[in-house]
Design a protein around this ligand. Structure first.
Ligand code: G3P
Ligand code: CA
Length: 256
């Protein structure tokens, strides 16, 4: 395998398709999730926000402008308004007609078929979103997964504390981009409720991975968009690689 150094012991690493296989299909659409599953990603990562009338929808930006043919804030649009938007043509004409999916659709379609890394995006804009996501999982009896294949993550630590209290058996992850959130002191605090520390890839090294493991947590890193970014993360020993291109991670290292 190109880029695989002979001296490195084979390791298990989860391949996480970022917003679905978003290098190949429009992010956070069924087309991207389907592609990720076909590519045998271990997890599909999605971003959850809430429509004006309380529907949980999958979209990354807090406005619809970049990834649809509409404009405005997700929070100001009803589900009916959001559903009319085309979420595929911006990426390529063959994806015309892709819609903004709901969390319900994702859970119904993929439960048991792939791991799900569910990000609560800007949860401070959507009071009560933690309860709603917890309800969606509970309703389907997905709140006590035995295989750890459902993870909820956010940049908002308080939101993850809340979520952990609501559904203690769902592992929560903290998305981190500041070194100050990776000190020993910070990691100890995180370990009181978080199962994953998920930093931006420029912050990752072997030392950090060892520390995160010492404090009883796992580490997934983001966002690989270039094949050269893979090997340093494997060398550092991360548990998961979050990437737009699931095929950039050598298959023989995949977690079974
Ligand atoms: O899963 C990690 C990654 O999704 C965090 O950044 O902006 O792509 O949601 P962003
Ligand atoms: Ca995300």
């Amino acid at each position: 395998v190109p880029g695989f150094t002979a001296h490195a012991a084979p390791q298990k690493v989860d391949i996480v398709a970022h917003r679905g296989a978003s290098g190949y299909a429009p992010e956070n659409t069924m087309a991207a999730f389907e592609k990720a599953v076909k590519m045998k990603a271990d997890f599909v990562e999605v971003d959850v926000q809430m429509s004006k009338d309380g529907e949980l929808v999958l979209i990354h930006d807090v406005t619809v402008d970049r990834t649809t043919d509409g404009s405005g804030h997700v929070a100001d649009l009803t589900y009916q308004q959001l559903r009319k938007l085309d979420a595929g043509s911006w990426f390529g004409s063959e994806f015309t007609g892709e819609r903004i999916p709901t969390l319900d659709e994702l859970l119904d379609k993929y439960r048991g078929k792939t791991g799900l890394l569910i990000e609560l995006k800007a949860p401070w804009l959507y009071p009560g979103i933690e309860e709603k996501v917890a309800e969606a999982l509970k309703k389907r009896n997905m709140h006590k997964p035995k295989n750890g294949k459902i993870i909820v993550q956010s940049f908002d630590f308080q939101s993850m504390k809340t979520f952990h209290q609501l559904l203690p058996q769902i592992p929560v992850g903290l998305l981190i981009y500041l070194p100050q959130d990776l000190t020993d002191e910070a990691l100890i605090k995180h370990s009181h409720y978080a199962s994953y520390v998920n930093p931006s890839l420029n912050l990752v090294n072997k030392d950090l991975v060892n520390k995160v493991h010492t404090y009883g947590m796992k580490i997934q890193s983001w966002t690989v968009r270039n094949p050269e970014q893979v090997q340093p993360l494997l060398d550092a020993g991360v548990d998961g690689i979050i990437t737009d291109f699931p095929d950039y991670v050598p298959r023989n290292l995949k977690r079974k």
